[in-house]
Design a protein around this ligand. Structure first.
Ligand code: AFP
Length: 363
């Protein structure tokens, strides 16, 4: 390596100039000390000397899946990937090619990590039990491409995942994944939008990483995300209002016509959970998919939508509630089970919980 003294005077001056500058004054070309997601997870790992590095390997495979899907989503229009694949998934929805592709990408990435045991994907009716030669300690529940009805109009979509760790002393069973969300060891989502953002919690705090396409690396851009305690935004599909229960209807009415002199809240609803939850995490407020008369369990799936998002919201200081209990306390009995969910800023969810408690007392 060439020594500092051997450099041309102009290069030496340049380096000294950069050294004296504050972080935000350094031009991009000189920023090499970036916190990539791999470096971040390795740092976390070093806090646990007993760690075997399995989680870091698993995460690097998830990150690879996210990069692959991001690039496919960006190319979708060009590559004529958009369109029906001619199959119907287990929820009875028509599958798009990108859904099929994303599902395959994640399954391959997860199995090839050699660290997984049981996988549950939104796209597959049955859980996948990884063959013994490739088996590890982690179970991953995921929705490879959530919000897929938004693909054709270029609205943000995303991958959601939750990770359980189980003992590797038994043959894998469904009970390995039918565990309450509070038992997850990590959860996250990757949003394919105007930028590609991966938000992750490994149990303490929530951090956001943005993909730098020129480097092909996720860089820490949103360290230690904290959801505001109160919020000025509510997010719900109001088209279902005629079938809502009384507490949901009362809460939304209060958002629009507050009686305490506060300003009305703004309504924002994208219809793509990753994007709606991402905004809620950063700006505060409430995201709701409540029960209604037609759908007493709401729409969203417990294992790979409600749990990972509730995990992230709680780790960022917010709350997630089902209308009956803390969302992460739910014990799923089926892998594709659904549940109503209200998640967001701490004080907003307190208000919703109080409305449900008052309703319960009337009965
Ligand atoms: P799709 O994957 O079918 O687009 O569903 C997306 C989703 O599961 C979730 O991302 C949204 O929050 C929710 O459904 C929107 O549902 P509504 O269209 O009923 O509002």
């Amino acid at each position: 390596m060439i020594s500092f003294d051997a450099l041309k005077t102009s290069d030496r001056r340049q380096i000294l100039k950069v050294k004296d500058k504050k972080d935000d004054e350094i031009p991009d070309a000189h920023r090499t000390d970036l916190m990539t997601i791999t470096r971040f997870v390795l740092n976390e790992q070093s806090k646990y000397p007993e760690s075997r590095g399995d989680f870091t390997i698993l995460l690097s495979h998830i990150v690879l899946g996210c990069k692959f899907v991001c690039s496919s989503v960006n190319k979708a229009g060009l590559a004529k990937l958009i369109g029906l694949a001619g199959e119907t998934n287990i929820q009875g929805e028509e599958q798009k090619k990108l859904d099929v592709l994303s599902n395959e990408v994640f399954i391959k990435a997860l199995v090839s990590s050699g660290r997984t045991r049981v996988l549950v994907s939104e796209e597959d009716e049955d859980a996948i039990f990884v063959e013994s030669s490739k088996r590890g300690r982690y179970c991953v529940v995921f929705d490879p491409l959530d919000g897929s009805s938004n693909i054709d109009c270029g609205v943000s979509i995303g991958t959601i995942f939750g990770i359980y760790m189980v003992k590797d002393d038994h043959e894998p069973t469904l009970d390995d994944v039918l565990q309450p969300g509070k038992q997850m060891v990590a959860a996250g989502y990757c949003m394919y939008g105007s930028s590609c953002t991966l938000v992750l919690s490994t149990g303490t705090g929530v951090n956001g990483f943005t993909l730098d396409p020129s480097l092909g690396e996720f860089i820490l851009t949103h360290p230690d995300i904290k959801i505001p305690k109160k919020g000025k935004i509510y997010s719900v599909n109001e088209g279902n209002a005629k079938n809502w229960d009384a507490p949901t209807a009362t809460y939304v009415e209060k958002c629009k016509f507050p009686k305490d002199g506060s300003s009305s809240k703004s309504l924002r609803y994208i219809g793509s959970m990753v994007a709606d939850v991402h905004r809620t995490l950063l700006y505060g407020g409430t995201f709701m998919y409540p029960a209604d008369k037609k759908n007493p369990n709401g729409k969203l799936r417990v294992l790979y939508e409600v749990f990972p998002m509730s995990f992230l919201i709680e780790k960022a200081g917010g709350q997630a509630f089902t209308g009956k209990q803390r969302a992460l306390d739910l014990v799923p009995t089926k892998i594709h089970e659904r549940s109503p969910v209200f998640l967001g800023s701490y004080d907003e969810i307190e208000e919703i919980k109080a409305l449900y408690a008052a309703e319960g007392q009337k009965k």
